[in-house]
Ligand binder design. Structure first.
Ligand code: ZN
Length: 159
């Protein structure tokens, strides 16, 4: 297991624009493996490289269908909207109300450098948008409507 420390949003690394990955080498593979271990250990749905202090355009997500590795991802298409609770491993214990597209399609490279597309609705679309924002130094608290109260979180509301 290669666990990396997850930085909080007080860390400057969370607020910087990340550079593209250019070398698909052992360093990238190690970073992806460590990010997967770290995400799994934290029981999260997504982790972006700046959250572990690496300012490169790398994301891992796990929305229930196994790990998806996204290198140099961009959003190709979005549709609709959804407003719901969103959290972040870098902002522990808090949730915000965030409006995101209902559907999103991304284009990314895998660890070998091969381009592919991935798409999804609801949690997947939310996760893609949240993680890709991290690569541009944006955390959800900058785009949320407001923090959710403890009563709202306990209430298990639709929103
Ligand atoms: Zn996050």
């Amino acid at each position: 297991m290669g666990l990396r420390k997850i930085l909080t949003d007080r860390d400057p690394a969370l607020h910087k624009v990340c550079r593209p990955v250019e070398k698909f080498d052992w360093r990238l593979r190690k970073l992806l493996d460590d990010m997967t271990d770290t995400l799994t250990q934290a029981n999260g749905v997504g982790l972006a490289a700046p959250q572990v202090g690496i300012l490169r355009r790398v994301v891992v997500v796990d929305t229930g269908d196994g790990i998806l590795e996204l290198v140099n991802p961009t959003i190709l298409q979005t549709d609709g909207e959804q407003t719901g609770a969103e959290g972040c491993l870098s902002i522990p214990g808090k949730y915000g109300l965030v409006k995101r597209p209902y559907y999103a399609k991304v284009r990314a490279q895998d660890r070998e450098g091969q381009w592919f597309e991935a798409e999804g609705t609801e949690l997947i679309a939310r996760c893609f948008c949240h993680e890709l924002d991290h690569l541009d130094g944006i955390v959800y608290t900058e785009v949320m409507e407001r923090f959710l109260t403890e009563e709202e979180l306990m209430g298990d509301d639709e929103e």
